[in-house]
Design a binder for this molecule. Sequence first.
Ligand SMILES: [Zn+2]
Length: 292
Amino acid sequence: MTERVGIPRAVDSAGRTFDRTAIERVPQPFDGPLRCAGCTTVVQAVHGYPRRNGTLVDPYYRLTHRTEAPHDPHCRYDFDARVGRLHEEHRSALTKDGDVYELRLPETDTAPPGAALLADTRSDGRDRLTIHPRRGHTLAPVLSAAAAIAAMISTYDDDPQARARFAARWKGERIAWEDFYFDVAQDARRLARVVAGRDHPVAVSGHVKRVGRTARDTADVVELATGRGVTHPPNGRWIHVRLMSKAPGALPREVGQRVLGYGRWEHFEPEDSDNHYVNLWVDHASSVTTTR
Ligand SMILES: [Zn+2]
C-alpha cells in the first residue's frame, strides 16, 4: 500500500491560508481549528517524520476522520476522489496497477519508409530515433492525460507521495513519473541527465522562449525557457531545450505559449560550443501540443 497523499494547505480560524512549511514553525503560526483549504472539513497538522528506511515524510494536513469527516464533494484536495475522476476521464490512456496509475505510451517508433528524407546527420553517426505514430493513431489522449496528471501533481505542490501514484509504461517497462514528465523551467538539468542515460520517450512542458531556424536554415527551431543559466553538471555546458522540425507548420510559433513535446528526445554537444542541446525532432504535429 502506498502512503496517503496529504492535504497541502489549510485555513485557520482567522481565514489565513498556510502551506505545509507552517507546520514546522515554532510556534505554529495558525490559530484555532484548521480546515482544508479546498473545502470546509476540519483537518489536523502532522509534523514531518523519518520513515523506517531513513527517507523523510514532509509535514502535511490530514482529515480528522476519513469516513465521518471527509472532504466536501469536488474538493480540489480530495486526492482519492480526484484521481478516480482523472482515471475515468482518461481511461483510454491510463491503467490502474495496484495504487499506481500508468500512462500507456504508444510503442510504434520504427521509422516508416521515406523517413530518411527527414533524417538529420548526428555528430556521433547514430541513426536518429523519432516517434512515428501509426497512421490514424493519435497521441492526443496520451498527451492530454499527461498534462492532466501534471496539473494534478502541481495542485499538491509536487508532493512526492502524489507523484509516486503515477508512472508511464513503455515496452513493458515502468518509468517513474519524475523520469517521464519534465517542466523545463525547473527540471532542465534532470531532463538532460535522463535523456543522456535512457532511451524511453519523455514528455517535456515549457514556455516558448524563441522561435527561429537552425544556423544552416535546414529546420525550424523552438527553444523552451529553462531557468537562468542552467548547466549540465558533468561538463558545465549550457543546457538548451529545443523542438526541431523540417515539416512546415509542425511546431508552435508563438513566444510565451506553453507547449508539451513528447517523444524520444536526444542530446547533442557540438564540439565548437559550450552548449548541451536537448532536442526533440518533430515530424508529426501530434507529438507537440499546446497546454495551459
Ligand atoms: Zn477538502
